[in-house]
Design a protein around this ligand. Structure first.
Ligand code: DCP
Ligand code: MG
Ligand code: MG
Length: 607
């Protein structure tokens, strides 16, 4: 990276100075919650509508916006400026989440990388599609769809103007399809990177789209009034920048890199500079299941432990609904607080998390459930974490509490581990993720930082995607070893990988059947649920009792385990007893060199 380039405002190589090969579309649904409500009740279409959460109008339809009803306005203020405002309660997010998932499904049909950002936004990398079309279309005469931020002075030599025009056509098709299939109107931004695509998107609202060419990136960025408008610049960075009188994006463009380096790491300083100039090289990362599922509740002030407990209890109830919809078993819980602090310019959250035993959750008729006792157990864990964050011997004042399940049961060892094939629910997850093929090596920009905080927010931050499993032979092998009942036949563990590559609907069905079969094969757990506030995983220690599966972790399918050769059973038990010396950490490469008489000889390493 050449610092001189940064200071003169020109970009450096890997941010793509003269070459702008990518075509990125950002889609944002218009007045999202309000549109969902209007679809449910078409009478609301013609009236000014506000969606209320607590005492805030979290969004309003465009009819209400004509009166000046803005997002996140107090209900009292909104009613003052628009007495005819119709309010609907938007605290149950279920319908919004369903609509959000449907939009994501539509976007997937373009066979491009799609990254979900919050509930109503998505990035689509249409680079390949644009290249394909540019071969067949009369590219020179291709027309731009929608608005252009600014007419170009000269054509960019890399040909990006034509490519972005093609991308704008694709954006229009995407928006049309979302409307035709779901009845939702959207806005789109088209650019050569995610940063500009997102920021240009709301330029013409609603139901419209805008394209920006790379040469106008820095110019457009200089119009942004606050550095906070830049996604990935969070509250802390904003505070630091403001304290150095860097308030607008233009300020950030103009400040010397050396000044930034005094206050941030060198990498961060350079990145801030690039962002201010509209340069961003983060990839569109295919979204899989959310990395965490959480809820927050904010309020004026809470100073009593009993009140905090009530807040957490209410959040937990709602969170358990979300987790049930998700279907994965959580193994880690995070508690977040925001302490009242008049001195700080912006909010500041503190969190503590711990592992939780998967045995708190049970699967009943294919549905993830938590018993009354399990819920109490979770509340005990939550309050224990709370006690770690707050010194109860002194008064405290909180303005926000949050709860999130941050990790889910997943394959616990290397790809080649036999453990993977013994885990009932895990195989379901792996099958469901066969279609997710993402580049986990690249770091993604944290666009969520730009989202305003609300009275109640849903943290469905996407990110980590499980690696696709590659285990046809072993899956089949285990299947043969099992004595199957008739209804077990649809279980994915008995299908060849070819059969596992199903469409999403079929996958859902398979998942259901799999969960049912898991339900049948799991023994009741004798050991009480336990949580572990330390860093070590207790999931491995979560031991089920009884039969010849004694000593196996509870996620192991007993039926499968008992079908294994004796020495393999022994080896697995030894491995579970002492995970640190586990053969499962063996890399696929070294597996060939495994000693005779280890369980590894039963398996063919992955290629
Ligand atoms: N939302 C929320 N709390 C906030 C901001 C938004 O609960 N502080 C919810 C309500 C919105 C949805 O998220 O409908 C999407 O947020 P947007 O910022 O995209 O706002 P809208 O989609 O409502 O309006 P726009 O047409 O401006 O995109
Ligand atoms: Mg929106
Ligand atoms: Mg949005």
């Amino acid at each position: 990276m050449d610092d001189r380039n940064m200071e003169t405002g020109s970009s450096a190589s890997n941010y793509g100075d003269n070459e702008h090969p990518k075509s990125i579309i950002h889609i944002d649904i218009d007045c999202f919650y309000a549109q969902v409500e209007m679809l449910r009740n078409p009478e609301l279409r013609s009236v000014p509508l506000g969606v209320q959460q607590k005492n805030i109008v979290v969004t309003s339809n465009y009819e209400a916006r004509k009166y000046g009803v803005q997002k996140c306005m107090l209900v009292t203020d909104a009613m003052k400026i628009c007495p005819s405002l119709k309010l609907v309660n938007g605290e149950d997010l279920h319908n919004y989440r369903t609509a959000s998932n449907k939009v994501f499904e539509v976007l997937q049909t373009w066979k491009c990388q799609v990254e979900k950002l919050g509930m109503d936004e998505n990035f689509i990398d249409v680079t390949k599609l644009v290249l394909e079309r540019s071969k067949s279309a009369d590219v020179k005469n291709v027309a731009l769809s929608g608005h252009l931020y600014k007419e170009p002075g000269i054509e960019c030599l890399c040909g990006c103007h034509i490519r972005l025009k093609i991308a704008s056509q694709i954006a229009n098709e995407i928006r049309q399809k979302i409307y035709d299939e779901l009845g939702l109107t959207t806005c789109a931004g088209v650019a050569h990177n995610k940063l500009l695509a997102k920021l240009i998107c709301p330029l013409h609202k609603p139901n419209d789209q805008t394209t920006i060419f790379p040469d106008h990136g820095a110019d457009f960025m200089s119009t942004l009034q606050s550095v906070r408008s830049i996604p990935s610049i969070g509250s802390k960075t904003t505070e630091t920048l403001i304290s150095h009188q860097i308030i607008t994006v233009k300020d950030l463009q103009e400040v010397a890199l050396e000044v930034l380096k005094k206050n941030f790491s060198s990498d961060m300083a350079v990145r801030l500079k690039h962002l201010s100039l509209g340069e961003d090289n983060t990839p569109v990362k295919q979204t899989g299941k959310p990395q965490s599922i959480g809820l927050e509740d904010s309020f004026k002030t809470v100073s009593l432990k009993s009140e905090v407990e009530d807040k957490f209890s209410a959040l937990l109830q709602r969170l358990l609904v979300l987790v049930r919809e998700d279907g994965r078993i959580p193994v880690s819980l995070r508690v977040t607080l925001r302490k009242k602090d008049a001195k700080r310019l912006s909010s500041h959250r503190e969190s503590r998390q711990c592992q939780i035993s998967s045995s708190i959750f049970t699967i009943s008729n294919g549905i993830l459930t938590v018993t009354e006792a399990g819920q109490q157990k979770l509340m005990t864990i939550i309050m224990r974490l709370f006690n770690k964050l707050i010194d109860l011997s002194k008064p405290f004042h909180l303005t926000l509490v949050g709860l999130a399940f941050t990790k889910f049961q997943e394959r616990m060892t290397g790809r080649s581990s036999i453990v993977n094939y013994l885990m009932n629910d895990i195989s379901v997850q792996s099958v469901l993720n066969l279609q997710n093929d993402c580049d986990t090596s690249a770091t993604s920009m944290d666009y969520s930082a730009a989202s305003p905080s609300s009275s109640t927010t849903t943290d469905l931050s996407d990110g980590e995607v499980e690696p696709s499993p590659k285990k046809p032979k072993k899956v089949n092998w285990i299947a043969k070893k099992r004595c199957l009942s008739k209804e077990d036949v649809a279980s994915p563990s008995k299908l060849k990988v070819g059969e596992l590559r199903l469409n999403s609907k079929e996958l859902e069905k398979v998942s259901e059947l799999r969960l049912n079969s898991r339900d049948r094969s799991l023994t009741p757990r004798a050991s009480p649920a336990k949580d572990n506030l330390s860093d070590t995983s207790d999931t491995m220690k979560d031991v089920a009792e009884g039969g010849n599966c004694e000593g196996c972790p509870s996620y192991v399918d007993k039926e499968v385990f008992s079908a294994l050769p004796g020495n393999m059973q022994q080896e697995l038990k030894a491995m579970w007893k002492n995970p640190s010396s586990s053969v499962t950490r063996t890399s696929p490469r070294t597996m060939n060199k495994a000693k005779p008489n280890t369980l590894l000889k039963y398996f063919v390493p992955h290629k």
